[in-house]
Design a binder for this molecule. Sequence first.
Ligand code: SF4
Length: 364
Amino acid sequence: MPESLINLLSLDEPQMVKLVRSLGWPSYRAGQILRWLYRRRVRDIGKMTDLSLRDRTTLAAIATIRRSSCHTVLSSQDGTRKLLLTLADGMAIESVLIPNEDRLTLCVSTQVGCLLDCTFCLTGTLGLRRSLKAHEIIDQVLTAHEQLEMEEGDRPITNLVFMGMGEPLANYEALETAIMILTNKSWGLGWSPRRLVVSTAGLVSRLEKVASLGVNIAISLNATTEAQRQFLMPAASRIASLQSLLRTCRHVSATARRRLTFEYVLLAGVNDRQADAQRLIALLRDLPCKVNLIPFNEFPGSRFRRPSDSEVSRFQTLLRQGGLDAFVRKRKGPDILSACGQLGNLSATIATAPLTLTVPESRC
Ligand code: SF4
């Protein structure tokens, strides 16, 4: 596929309008093409049958639809599936489909690797290879839809979380474009922003901006003192101190009238003690929020330990007694390294048994 061809997926709506006008076509053609890309997920301009054959030929002479070239699916015993996508430049990203009672959540990546270095996260050990383009973020959603169609008819994805590889707010422009495509009701996927969650390690300067898009926001907190945060999330704590992060959260919550979610990875003997719970209560008491407790998910070479179920439940009880809405996130897909904080090491993934490997031949 010649590199010089325009990838239609890389164009936003104004750019698509410009393209169709440059071909002497009416502007509404842009909407037709965008619907084919996102609603019907075609990979071939020849299938855009509400364009005349001549117009399809004209368009195919200058443009193409370039999606991820290959994907592999790793299936966990608990029904979680990890999708490994190879991008046009050969780099790989991961997204995860997580079934949970009546919900089906897709967790997508926004970067290859991560700029930050949270010590409890496998992705953080990779460093940042590059940020994803908006169409590479959306490609994960389109691929997940195709995978579901192939396996389960048309089971819908109910929620989408930007919690995969990378720090979403460090790739803000692409994130915003991807959210626009996801929520566009005329030609995009038509999602309500309330079904989307953007998770951040605390890039405070962009919190307000992302809140204005109407999405839910989750803050990866994990620490109750500056020193603890510096130890657990060194890069994030250099960007914003705990105090300034919480100050911004209070402001965002008040202006956007939004209840925030705080994620707290529980590390045995590090941040799961009674004193940690008491400090957490004191920090969050005056903020409309809920707390998601995530018992640490071990990965090869990790230096932390997962607390026992009784230790987790004791911590949760302390928070609840202190007036916080605290929930424990169920562990999903640990056998394929797809649980929280485990994304990124594909070779480690493949070395982990037992796995069911499904490679759809048509895309590889
Ligand atoms: S927890 Fe998130 S922000 Fe921190 S290193 Fe991992 S992917 Fe990056």
